[in-house]
Design a protein around this ligand. Structure first.
Ligand code: ADQ
Length: 474
């Protein structure tokens, strides 16, 4: 997980390791998995060395197999924390993704259940034990995301027992909701107390940071919590734009771009790439697109929406239902507007290779992202990184974290308002070339300045200051 230049002794912790383990012909093989967290941290690997601890994603029962998996992962500086599949399911699918994730994204109707909560606690305890074992005094421990909110407190206690002094940082990749919404969660106080044992807590935007601070104000001594100072900050996550620039130079990708350009030479391409998740507003996107086709019949055969919906959390019932709803909606739209010359919507429910993704971003004239809530949304960054030639337009929901930084360079809209979405799409397709260039340049500068490497280095630098001077004001 990185070069040898790193000067910090750093442990990164996330629920899932960035490598997926599979059993092939009696042996274990690993491959890189996808998602926002892996994208964000992969930019850091060039400059900083670290060990990554987390769950390998499958149950491994026998000691012999566990040793083999550990060896395979060790070659990539990763250490597995093994979990039984039942416990992992209760923690990951039933509490983290079914209860906590919706509350963090302002979704109502969430039903609390004690069984999954106990599993969540147990997994956080198992993580604390494994990390306390792996850390040495002076190690910086950087914990990621909502699956592990209790971990800072449990870990601090374990480290204390072992007389190890380490700084603990925590980054949340989702929004942190306003206090009134957060109150819906009966175990909210435990989660806040868990987080407040960190030395430094990072959020993607000022709004999330403020919501967290406002919520903590309701807990006494929030700044000096249990006699320790907790720092809170905004750290703008990003991507590695150079990775996209290099991929675009690849001759196979260039061939692919030419063939897609030829294929779509008579139409404007609107692209959408999202994990298949309620928060990405895919239902709203298809409904808004339907309105657009209704409102502007003259454009029906002059555009195509290519929507990649990457399968996600397929073991959770609500996600299966969402997929059914989306394929039905996609079928209805094409049923309504298709002609013998073509269809206005191409809906793909599968993952696509990175090179194909890059080519797709590059040939699109517009990128449409409709998140109802989204910590940041890195797809918006990736689209910009691939648009040097075309200088296309980003149409971005006002509820994506990225909108707090990109409003000036994009066209923003409310995702539940189909008329607004339809007008935003129309405005993007008709945008005057000078204005398009101005917006593109604004976004390009933002994406090139706020890279994932900068995000990681800034967080680690601040965490290492906390380690050296824990009592110093933030
Ligand atoms: P995600 O919800 O996963 O991340 P996002 O930030 O949009 O969402 O990142 C998705 C990533 O997956 C992108 O880097 C994209 O390229 C990659 N991806 C998509 N389709 C793919 C495919 N078919 N094959 C391979 N890779 C693919 C969470 C939060 C976000 C926050 C990030 C980072 O929900 O709000 O921005 O973490 O903090």
């Amino acid at each position: 997980m990185g070069s040898n230049e790193g000067k910090h002794n750093l442990i990164i912790v996330s629920n899932r390791l960035p490598l997926s383990i599979k059993r092939v012909d009696g042996t274990y093989e690993s491959s890189i998995s996808s998602g926002g967290l892996v994208t964000a941290l992969s930019g850091l690997t060039k400059s900083t060395q670290f060990r990554w601890l987390g769950w390998p994603g499958i149950e491994v029962k026998s000691n012999k197999d566990r040793e083999e998996v550990s060896r395979t992962l060790n070659e990539h500086d990763a250490t597995p924390i093994f979990l039984d599949s039942g416990l992992a399911h209760e923690h990951y699918n039933m509490f983290a993704n079914r209860i906590l994730w919706p509350i963090l994204h302002y979704q109502s109707g969430v039903v609390f259940d004690d069984g999954p909560w106990q599993a969540y606690r147990r997994v956080n305890e198992l993580f604390a034990a494994a990390i306390a074992e792996a850390a040495e005094t002076g190690t910086l421990i950087w914990v990621h995301d909502y699956h592990l909110m209790l971990l800072p407190e449990l870990l601090r206690n374990r480290l204390y027992e072992k007389n190890k002094h380490c700084a603990i940082g925590f980054s949340l990749h989702t929004p942190f909701p306003a206090g009134d919404f957060w109150r819906n969660l009966p175990v909210r106080k435990h989660l806040l107390e868990g987080l407040l044992s960190s030395d430094l807590i990072g959020f993607h935007t000022d709004e999330y940071k403020q919501n967290f601070q406002d919520t903590c104000a309701k807990i006494p001594n929030q700044i000096r919590y249990k006699n320790r100072l907790v720092c809170v900050g905004k750290f703008i996550v990003g991507i590695d734009p150079q990775k996209f620039a290099h991929t675009l130079q690849n001759p196979d990708v260039q061939d692919r771009i030419r063939s897609l350009e030829e294929r779509y030479k008579d139409v404007k391409v609107i692209v959408g790439v999202d994990r298949l998740d309620h928060i990405k507003g895919l239902t709203q996107k298809l409904k808004g697109f339907d309105s657009f086709l209704e409102d502007y019949p003259e454009l029906r055969d002059k555009i195509i929406l290519i929507q990649v919906a990457v399968p996600s959390r397929e073991d959770v019932k609500e996600y299966q239902e969402l997929e059914t709803e989306l394929s039905t909606l996609a079928g209805k739209i094409n049923g309504k507007y298709a002609t013998p010359d073509g269809t206005p919507l191409l809906y793909m429910h599968r993952s696509v290779p990175f090179t194909e993704l890059t080519a797709l971003y590059s040939v699109a004239d517009v990128c449409l992202l409709t998140s109802t809530r989204d910590g940041m949304n890195l797809v918006s960054f990736e689209f910009v990184a691939c648009q040097e030639k075309r200088q296309g337009v980003l149409v971005l929901s006002e509820f994506a974290g990225a909108a707090s930084f990109m409003r000036e360079g994009s066209i923003s809209f409310h995702p539940a308002n189909t008329t607004e979405m339809s007008e935003a799409l129309y405005a993007a397709l008709k945008l005057d070339p000078d204005e398009r260039r101005r917006k593109y340049e604004y976004l390009r500068d933002f994406v090139n300045t706020h890279t994932s490497a900068k995000w990681g280095q800034t967080f680690i630098e601040k965490l290492s200051q906390r380690c050296r001077q824990p009592g110093k004001a933030c």
